[in-house]
Design a protein around this ligand. Structure first.
Ligand code: 13P
Length: 342
């Protein structure tokens, strides 16, 4: 595969394909395993992820890249093949989450800033050697009555830009993920507020990327969709989510960016698929618009697997189904009927 950043970013944004976010940190994967009563051991984590990466049809036809946690990048399958090799052999790009998590932002009660820049250059060299060709860094922005603050948006946008520049310096495509959370506790989180805050974050983000000299052609943006907060007590139609999300993205994301790959953020599997499909079906877009889902791609597979070796085929079927539905959504061709027919 070409080592040019633009070519890697284009491969990650290939038509009808999207990204599997399988980069749950040790803490997060434990929560996922707790939900199916499976102990989070190194072997169980490997078996689960190996099951996904060996879902041949899904990986070859629907998945352009896989985001890994550091442990997985250096982990080997049961037969000794590096997991990153299995991904590359399926024609997908292996990537790595490089941030060290969101920590309390000094002087605020609830806001967070993502850390991990110290020593990042050296880590990126090591990850590149292990086969990673893209990276991910996630910032989280919380909507309440009094937040986000400009301080929080700016600190996170600046860190994301420094991370992105370091990635490109080391031949790695950065996924830039400023996530406006939808799963907060707050009732003051209407879809209107989500739209205003997301626009603010993205404006700030692209300004910082410009100052840091980041090549837009060699990056992928991973934003939230414009949705009401889960605790707001309101729901929005698929068409409204699509319209607001496309409007904000068109206002903020230069056409030089090859791909935008959404996070699912707590939407149900089918909602995440329906929203993506509506955007691709209904609008003329300057970038590839696709998925980089964690929960919305894995939830069904995780429960079908349940930690039992005899359920690997069922887990793979569940994953393949979701991957196919989202692949259809990436070209605007998904419909509820196809969901049922499958
Ligand atoms: P979700 O799709 O579960 O939100 O995860 C995507 C991701 O990578 C968040 O950083």
């Amino acid at each position: 595969m070409s080592e040019r950043l633009e070519d890697i970013a284009a491969a990650m944004s290939a038509r009808g394909k999207g990204i599997l976010a399988a980069d749950e940190s040790t803490g997060t994967i434990k929560k996922r395993f707790d939900s199916i009563n499976v102990e989070s051991t190194e072997d169980n984590r490997r078996d689960y992820r190996e099951m996904l990466f060996r879902s041949d049809e899904a990986m070859k036809e629907c998945i352009s890249g896989v985001i890994l946690f550091e442990e997985t990048l250096f982990q080997k399958a049961k037969d000794g093949t590096p997991l990153a090799q299995i991904i590359a052999d399926a024609g997908a790009v292996p990537g790595i989450k490089v941030d060290k998590g969101a920590q309390a932002l000094a002087g605020t009660e609830i806001e967070k800033v993502t850390e991990g820049l110290d020593g990042l250059r050296e880590r990126l060299k090591k990850y590149h050697e292990a086969g990673a060709r893209f990276a991910k860094w996630r910032a989280v922005i919380t909507i309440t009555d009094n937040t986000p603050s400009h301080n929080c948006i700016h600190a996170n946008a600046h860190a994301l830009a420094r991370y992105a520049a370091l990635c490109q310096e080391n031949g790695i495509v950065p996924i830039v993920e400023p996530e406006v959370l939808m799963d907060g506790e707050h009732s003051q989180h209407s879809i209107e507020r989500c739209e205003i805050v997301t626009e603010w974050c993205l404006k700030e983000q692209f300004q910082e990327l410009y100052y840091a000299g980041v090549s837009l052609e060699g990056m992928v943006l991973k934003p939230n969709m414009i949705v009401p907060g889960q605790k707001s007590g309101t729901k929005a139609s698929v068409d409204e989510v699509a319209e607001r999300t496309v409007r904000v993205l068109k206002r903020c994301v230069p056409a030089a960016v090859p791909g935008i790959a959404f996070l699912s953020g707590g939407q149900s599997d089918e909602e995440a698929t329906a929203h993506l499909s509506a955007m691709n079906a209904g609008y003329d877009l300057p970038w590839a618009l696709t998925f980089s889902y964690g929960r919305a791609l894995q939830a069904a597979a995780l429960s079908a697997w349940g930690g039992k070796p005899e359920n690997v085929a069922a887990g793979q079927r569940a994953f393949t189904h979701r991957a196919k539905m989202n692949s259809l959504a990436a070209t605007g061709e998904w419909s509820k009927d196809k969901e049922k027919a499958a």
